[in-house]
Ligand binder design. Structure first.
Ligand code: HEC
Length: 162
């Protein structure tokens, strides 16, 4: 029994050591709640990218009939298009600045999305007075760590690693 406990302790400390120090589980969870309450009426949280690409690029959004890009698409594009991913702590600030600016003053001229995706949508309504800067920071944390397939983080597909 003692060996078993030791083994578990060892495994969990190894897993925890793999998490970037910038990741904060509590902020991620409260950011997800904000996403559920304030974004998900338009943004589906996550769908497989091949399905999304087929829907947007080949099927003119007629299969999924989405109202907006999904959370995982935004997660990927945020990290790919905004700032410099080499320094995660600074990158989180950069994606947060983009998000704050876009949520308060949305404008398709600033889009980070693919042309073939964004052409299906009208510009999103401003969220001024609907979300605070603190809430944006939390939703930014959630979106940043939501999707992991682009090599920036590998946690998304196994939430037990959180
Ligand atoms: C009433 C519907 C609606 C709500 C609510 C909404 N969005 Fe959007 N959002 C859209 C649409 C439509 C687009 C695509 C057009 C655009 O980019 O402006 C979009 C695009 C975006 C983009 C990509 C901007 C770009 O073009 O690069 C981000 C980031 C985003 N939303 C974040 C959020 C977050 C975070 C929330 C919640 C706090 C939220 N949205 C709430 C409709 C919505």
């Amino acid at each position: 029994m003692k060996t078993l406990i030791m083994t578990f302790a060892l495994i969990s400390s190894t897993v925890a050591a793999n998490l970037p120090s910038e990741f904060d589980r509590d902020i991620y969870i409260s950011g997800e709640k904000i996403f559920d309450n304030k974004c998900s009426e338009c943004h589906v949280k996550s769908m497989p990218i091949p399905l999304l690409m087929k829907n947007f690029l080949e099927e003119n959004n007629q299969t999924l009939k989405l109202k907006a890009p999904t959370g995982n698409e935004i997660s990927f594009r945020l990290k790919q298009q905004v700032g410099h991913k080499e320094d995660m702590e600074f990158h989180l600030i950069q994606t947060n600045d983009f998000l704050k600016d876009y949520l308060f003053n949305p404008n398709l001229a600033k889009t980070i999305c693919l042309e073939g995706v964004i052409k299906h949508f009208e510009v999103m309504p401003s969220m001024k007075d609907k979300i605070t800067e603190e809430e944006i920071e939390e939703v930014n944390h959630f979106l940043y760590f939501l999707e992991g397939f682009n090599g920036i983080n590998e946690y998304y597909h196994d939430e037990t690693k959180f």
